[in-house]
Structure formats: structure tokens, C-alpha cells
Design a protein around this ligand. Structure first.
Ligand SMILES: [Cu+2]
Length: 141
């Protein structure tokens, strides 16, 4: 029992010091403006891990979208296809970018069309249970 309490205290302190969500740099985030009939939207961002331990992104949420998927586009025999990613690992000291033609976020277009200049709230969810809130602009392609 006592050990459990000490472990909880340790975890609480550790979370306060090394919070994944806070130590990660997020930049170049944007959502691509899509035509009125487009059923899905694509989003992009870069994550830079300046710590000495790997960081794992396990999901993305937004109040605006029913769900947000992480995809990777791969070209096999000249055919592009999208593969679902359950997690994306950002190795220690590395930078991973979601960008056109590679990793991307994919979400169903909301009823009210998003236009360049709109801003979207996203939460990045990490394997250690931490979250990072970001505000992402919509941009014309
Ligand atoms: Cu996709």
C-alpha cells in the first residue's frame, strides 16, 4: 500500500517535470482548404522532439470533427494508397513532419465549410497520457 502511494507521488512529480506535451515543438500546422463537396479534409504539422527520449503520438482530437485519423500515403507500383497509423513515434532529437504526400491528418469535413483564414482547435494525444492543445489555421492549397 505504502509503495503504491510512493509510486503515485513519483509519477506526479515526473509528469510535472517531463511533460511530453510541453517539451515537444509543434510548427507548420495547417489544414488544407477543400472544395465544397470534399468529404474529407487533410491536415499537416511538424513535431520536433528536443528531449533524449522518444515521444509517441497516439491520436488527435478536435471538437470540430467527429474523428481525426493519422494516415501515411505510400506509392506502390505507381498507385498511391493511404495506410492508417495507430501511432507515430518521434525519436529522440528528431523531427517528424506530416506533409502532403506522406503522413497526414485526415478528418471528415464539417457541415459548415472551412475556408482559408478559419482556425481549428486540435488536441494532440501522447502515449504517456499527456495532451497538447494547438490552434491550426486553414489555408488555401
Ligand atoms: Cu488520408
Amino acid at each position: 500500500m505504502k509503495h503504491k502511494w510512493i509510486l503515485s507521488l513519483f509519477l506526479a512529480l515526473w509528469a510535472g517535470v517531463a511533460n511530453t506535451a510541453d517539451t515537444l515543438e509543434v510548427d507548420n500546422a495547417w489544414i488544407r482548404e477543400a472544395p465544397p463537396a470534399a468529404p474529407m479534409l487533410a491536415g499537416y504539422l511538424c513535431l520536433e522532439n528536443r528531449t533524449d527520449t522518444p515521444v509517441t503520438l497516439v491520436g488527435v482530437e478536435s471538437p470540430l470533427f467527429e474523428f481525426v485519423m493519422m494516415h501515411r500515403t505510400e506509392t506502390v507500383n505507381g498507385m498511391a494508397r493511404m495506410l492508417h497509423q495507430d501511432k507515430v513515434v518521434i525519436a529522440a532529437g528528431k523531427r517528424v513532419c506530416f506533409e502532403p504526400g506522406g503522413l497526414h491528418l485526415m478528418m471528415p469535413a464539417p457541415e459548415k465549410r472551412l475556408l482559408a483564414g478559419d482556425r481549428v482547435e486540435l488536441d494532440l494525444l501522447f502515449e504517456d497520457g499527456t495532451k497538447r492543445h494547438i490552434t491550426v489555421p486553414v489555408k488555401a492549397p
